[in-house]
Design a protein around this ligand. Sequence first.
Ligand code: 5GP
Length: 179
Amino acid sequence: MDSIQIKDKKFTVSIKEEDILKEVSRVANEINRDLAGKNPLFLSVLNGSFMFTADLMKRITIPCEISFVKLASYQGVASTGAVKEVIGINEDLSDRTVVIVEDIVDTGLTMQRLLETLGTRGPKEIHIATLLVKPEKLKVNLNIEYAAMSIPNDFIVGYGLDYDGFGRNYKDIYTVVNE
Ligand code: 5GP
């Protein structure tokens, strides 16, 4: 399928599964090399990273644990607008090597919030693994050690990412067509 329609938007294929998996394998190899002996705890951020997490973890060969967190938006008490709360951290992070597994880093504000929250739980170190990064949009300074791919500043769906809840199931990544 070269193009798909989701609600009011048309998308065309931009990164094929085969190319995604090559980069996911590269990232997995780097993590296997860098974090050997550290028994890392991978924290996958749902929903968007479910496919990336599955393909990445199949290629991680060092002893490790995997868990899942979610970000819930709630209205802040002040005039700060929507604030994101991290829910579902059941593990003891103290003295652990943690790897956050995200779908995409856009402005980086979500990742910054995650780092702040997880940082209060006493981990030894926190690493970032993301499927995608949009470097043109980054607003904060992040040390993204493991990024599978960099993309331009366009809206994408597929391979776990959605548009209004749809499109997560596609195995390739699609970019919106601006008409
Ligand atoms: P940030 O806080 O870095 O600006 O935004 C990160 C979140 O925005 C991602 O976890 C993802 O949910 C969403 N996001 C950013 N860019 C895209 C995109 O191109 N497509 C989709 N489907 N979600 C995106």
